[in-house]
Ligand binder design. Structure first.
Ligand code: ZN
Length: 458
């Protein structure tokens, strides 16, 4: 054994909350951090809407509120300016650590990558090439912090990256965003596998299953538990084929204009919705930002507004980007075309501009198709006002979504297939519900060290 003290695991986020997972694996010579996301604020969180981070002090404030990991040598010193009570502890995190530190991003969602902009420049951040492409597309479209994609180093599927005495390999998994990966970290005294956010119902869980095979027999599995958070437990999520069927049926059942909310980061769902609309004889029209992201990711058949429909300045600029991409450019439609034949269109709403709905020719059977786009649900600040808009405009809601997370049965199957000695359950309100025979479930405390080798003989 190269490391007499043994490898240790510390959990710095995602404890009894959905999102925000941060897993630090340390030896005497190296550190690897799995994910660097923001916690998704809950009902009692002091950082929930409408509290805004202070410019230049956002990270320090988060650290003082327990909303960022207290890991020495992780963040850039200039991000660690604070005054008043607790300032010393924040400043102390600026101390250098001689061990190299590598961050691995499981996927491009804010609860996994949201603190990326605060890292020390010498911290290397590994991500799947599709995650880097998506970050680049989002930056270009003005939909995320600029400069983050330039921080990311690609790691190919199956490629092993050595960080002193730790070896990192990644495998694609099925989630609801391209480039999602599961990670395996090999140390001299054991193996840790981390699911990231994962499911078995998209593409039949084809990628996830390959990861489970590669991770089989890991000593410790760190697993998400999102779908165990709710009462009653939800059924297993529906497939993408089922969503396409619901959307096409809804669209063919009406001769009025229909509205949509989908998430621009789930570009494969967006492509499916474009096809479902076409199957129903309709054109799906996206705001500029969605169109810019989708065209950058190579999605075909993207349509956005021309200058005849008022859009915010940032949407307009993103739309111009989308229509200027040569062979993969978005096509445009004008508001007059939609006014002339409302039943031939499906319009994605702009969640930041509800008043723009006043431009649209809604009819008695117009409806809002909700497919994981914003506003997402009652936990969002704009949900109540959106419900009032729906009521005023006489729009019914058609649920046409499916989570990117594994259902309760699939979570058990994931643990069973890997068959670890111990399971660290995270990223959910009720991690204790993930129980599998023969596997010890560990419910971590923030920052407390857990040995990778579980027999206590360190
Ligand atoms: Zn997540």
């Amino acid at each position: 054994m190269d490391d007499p003290t043994g490898t240790s695991i510390e959990i710095h986020g995602g404890v009894r909350v959905i999102g925000g997972t941060k897993v630090l694996i340390s030896t005497a010579r190296a550190r690897v951090l799995l994910d660097i996301g923001e916690d998704i604020p809950g009902e009692a969180d002091l950082l929930r809407d409408s509290t805004h981070a202070r410019g230049g002090h956002g990270l320090a404030d988060r650290l003082r509120l327990g909303g960022a990991p207290r890991i020495t040598g992780l963040f850039a010193p200039e991000e660690l300016r604070a005054v008043g009570p607790g300032a010393q502890e924040v400043h102390a995190l600026a101390a250098a650590d001689d061990r190299p530190l590598v961050v691995v991003l499981s996927h491009a969602h804010i609860d996994h990558d949201g603190l990326l902009a605060h890292l020390r420049p010498e911290v290397r951040v590994l991500a799947h090439p599709d995650t880097i492409a998506l970050h680049h597309a989002l930056e270009e479209a003005g939909a995320t912090t600029p400069g983050t994609s330039a921080r990311l180093t690609p790691i190919a599927e199956g490629q092993e990256v050595a960080v002193e005495d730790l070896a990192v390999t990644v495998h694609r998994v099925d989630h609801d965003v391209r480039g999602a990966i599961g990670t395996i970290v090999r140390a001299s005294d054991g193996v840790l596998a981390y699911t990231g956010d994962v499911n078995l119902h998209r593409e039949g869980g084809m990628h996830t299953r390959a990861f489970l095979e590669a991770a089989r027999g890991a000593d410790v599995l760190v697993c998400e538990t999102t779908m165990l958070s709710f009462d009653p437990l939800p059924p297993e999520p529906r497939s993408e084929e089922e969503i396409a069927r619901v959307v096409t049926e809804t669209l063919t059942g009406s001769e009025d204009l229909m509205l949509l909310s989908a998430y621009e980061r789930d570009v494969d769902r967006a492509a499916l919705l474009i096809h479902a609309a076409a199957d129903a004889g309709r054109t799906l029209v996206w705001p500029g930002r969605h169109a810019a992201v989708l065209t950058a990711m190579g999605i075909g058949g993207v349509v956005t507004w021309d200058g005849t429909r008022p859009q915010s300045g940032s949407q307009r600029r993103a739309g111009e980007l989308a229509t200027g991409r040569g062979p993969h450019a978005a096509r445009t439609v004008g508001i007059d075309e939609v006014l002339a034949a409302p039943g031939r269109f499906l319009v994605q709403i702009d969640p930041e501009d509800f008043t723009s709905l006043l431009d649209l020719p809604l009819g008695p059977t117009s409806a809002w198709i909700h497919s994981q786009g914003e506003p997402l649900g009652p936990f969002m600040r704009d949900w109540d006002v959106w419900q009032d808009w729906l009521e005023r405009l006489g729009l019914t809601t058609v649920p046409a979504g499916s989570t990117g997370h594994a259902g309760p049965l699939a979570l058990c199957e994931i643990v069973e297939r890997i068959g670890p000695a111990r399971l660290i359950a995270l990223h959910g309100f009720h991690p204790e519900r993930l129980e599998v025979d023969g596997v010890q479930t560990v419910l971590p405390e923030i920052g407390a060290a857990i040995p990778l080798r579980g027999d206590g003989t360190r």
